[in-house]
Design a binder for this molecule. Structure first.
Ligand code: DGY
Length: 355
């Protein structure tokens, strides 16, 4: 349990009777502060904000590994707020375990597919999330993954290290270049725009995108043309998936998409593994329907090391690290803390998810 003298001063300011010298008084004072459970050891900036606020008493699962579900269900009991990460399923079972005091869920993620939005809405629980602060980091990683996959960098370093590098050869380890290419974006949002902005200097010829409806204000920023789902599949040399995982986008990248894609195309996914049918992707990669895939996200996570996708040279798999820069993770932690505190004060959150 983290307590603080700042909390004490704040209580005294708001008129709660406490004696600064008495431990019992301090304990009594703390017990009137909203109770928060933090489900993971989150980066320092967020913790500092919670501590210095003096606005909450919080307990944290002090580990970089997920809290076991049983422990989580016990710890949330009676909480007013929960600060979680994307590995915690926030569903009816958890909300029931927390009980009627729960007012705020603040997730340290832009993705919200781990939250049962309907349940949260029904119970009038506010939800905070962390868009924008991770856009640069995710876009950078997406570009890195795209180049790594298209120019076969993992295969190349392996060959260099293991004696496969016999001599310079004219066709050996050839890949695909961005110059004069068409880049497709599946689900145009802030991250898709940021990826396109970074790819433009590589002399991409054309950006196209598909979404439920055209998004002209975003598309204008990167001169992207709105096309149908089928056209984005047919025309793209590089297809970057940037949509949120929702019931509508579940497994949307399947046989239907891969069979329409060009044989020399590269598929990149830094959104959520659930948008891809992995059996169909394996089929497309192993039969040469598409040239390669770069995945930062899979189903499940971690992907078991004996998964067939790991056997393919033309599939680059990263362990969900798109937002993993020190700056971004701290910014996400700080925003999650500020969302939580604002929600508990009954004020608009800096980044509230509209339910
Ligand atoms: O949803 C998110 O925030 C990202 O997937 C984390 O990198």
């Amino acid at each position: 349990m983290w307590c603080s003298r700042i909390a004490l001063r704040r209580l005294q300011r708001i008129g709660v009777e406490v004696s600064a010298c008495s431990a019992a008084g301090f304990q009594r004072a703390m017990s009137v502060l909203p109770k928060v459970y933090v489900t993971r050891q989150v980066p320092q900036d967020g913790l500092d904000i919670l501590r210095k606020s003096g606005q909450v008493q919080f307990e944290m699962w002090d580990s970089d590994d997920p809290v076991p579900r049983n422990e989580l269900l016990k710890k949330v009991k009676g909480c007013d707020g929960i600060l979680c990460v994307l590995t915690e399923k926030i569903d009816a079972e958890l909300l029931d375990a927390a009980g009627p005091n729960l007012k705020v869920i603040s997730t340290m993620s832009v993705g919200f597919d781990h939250l049962s939005l309907e349940e949260l809405k029904k119970r009038k629980i506010c939800v905070g999330y962390t868009p924008d602060v991770l856009t640069d980091a995710v876009a950078e990683l997406t570009v890195a993954l795209l180049l790594t996959t298209a120019r076969r960098l993992i295969e190349a370093t392996h060959e260099a290290k293991t004696g496969g590098w016999g001599t310079w050869r004219t066709q050996w380890l050839c890949g695909y270049e961005l110059a004069n290419s068409t880049v497709g974006i599946l689900g145009l949002g802030r991250i898709g725009v940021a990826i396109a902005e970074r790819l433009k200097p590589f002399k991409v010829k054309k950006f196209i995108y598909t979404d439920v409806t055209p998004r002209p204000e975003l598309a204008d920023m990167i001169q992207a043309e709105y096309v149908s789902f089928d056209e984005v599949a047919k025309q793209s040399d590089f297809l970057a998936v940037c949509c949120a995982l929702t019931p509508e986008t579940q497994a949307i990248c399947n046989k239907n998409l891969f069979t329409k894609m060009k044989k020399n195309s590269i598929f990149i996914n830094t959104s959520r593994g659930g948008v891809v049918n992995q059996e169909d992707l394996y089929e497309a990669l192993s039969t040469g329907q598409i040239a390669g895939a770069g995945l930062d996200v899979t189903t499940p996570e971690p992907l078991p090391t004996n998964h067939p996708l790991f056997t393919l040279k033309n599939c680059v798999i990263l362990p969900h690290i798109a937002s993993a820069s020190y700056t971004t993770r701290n910014a996400m932690s700080a925003l999650a803390a500020n969302n939580l505190l604002a929600g508990l004060r009954g004020e608009p959150m800096p980044k509230e998810l509209k339910l």
